[in-house]
Write a protein that binds this ligand. Structure first.
Ligand code: NAD
Length: 222
């Protein structure tokens, strides 16, 4: 399987829809906290500056059913989106590589709200193995495959140096991990059934830089 960003296209929803669903969820949860009981597609579209038709199609994919004139019962809509994204059951994950990025991810509490719990972290560095980071004792990478198999962990987070990314991914696969969130720049080779998702801040930064550059050029010419 190739490791292109967004290569993992879902069978029932396109990647753009999947990327928008967490935005709806964040807004819907906020509305629930503020005491709202219903949410209309029009309100979601306005708040998120999206086309109402896009919102309607996105929500239809989750199976949510609206009520005429009232909109979607908020509770049901949140459940539908969470269930669709697989966030209604928390997924346990192992993280390999507890350097700058790995530690930042370990310390981020928000993942649990998105159905992800990092249950163990691994490294090779003798100064790091055995240390506690955000409440988790760092284990030696040699233990990852065996522990993943015993604990039925299905998701791996890869934050190791690029040069060792493939061998660590191999250990994850050997341990039965079926989804790898790959933060390294390495193009991984894994069996067909393993889902890869690459994360690359440089790509998003490129979009921002390009827009900034265009804006500068327009201002100069205008
Ligand atoms: N996706 C992004 O936008 C993004 C942003 C920053 C960094 N990165 C990438 O993330 C990775 C980590 O970056 P960082 O800045 O945290 O690096 P880092 O050097 O701070 O951390 C890497 C950690 O991996 C450990 N390690 C080395 N070999 C290992 C092995 N075989 N098994 C387990 N652990 C091992 C090291 O001991 C270290 O703790 C790099 O590949 C980097 O290119 C990606």
């Amino acid at each position: 399987m190739s490791d292109q960003p967004d290569a993992m296209a879902c069978k029932t929803a396109g990647v753009p829809t999947l990327k928008r669903l967490p935005l709806y969820l964040r807004l819907l949860r906020r509305m629930r906290e503020e005491g709202a009981e219903y949410a209309s597609g029009a309100v979601l579209a306005r708040e998120l500056e999206l086309d109402p038709i896009v919102v309607r199609k996105d929500l239809a994919i989750t199976g949510a059913r609206g009520k005429p004139r009232l909109g979607f019962p908020l509770h049901e809509l949140i459940e539908s989106v969470e269930e669709f994204l697989g966030w209604s059951n928390t997924t346990d994950a192992f993280l390999a590589g507890t350097g700058s990025l790995g530690q930042a991810l370990l310390g981020y509490r928000g993942f649990e709200q998105h159905g992800l719990r990092i249950t163990a972290a691994f490294d090779v560095d003798s100064g790091t193995v055995g240390r506690r980071i955000y409440g988790k004792t760092v284990l030696h990478i040699d233990r990852l495959a065996d522990l993943a198999r015993r604990m039925h962990v299905r998701l791996g987070i890869l934050t190791v140096p690029a040069a060792v990314a493939q061998e660590v991914a191999d250990a994850m696969v050997a341990g039965g991990i079926r989804g790898i969130w790959n933060f390294t720049p390495t193009r991984l080779h894994v069996p067909e059934e393993v889902i890869l998702q690459r994360e690359d801040l440089a790509s998003t930064l490129a979009v921002l830089s390009h827009k900034l550059h265009l804006q500068g050029a327009l201002n100069k010419s205008g």
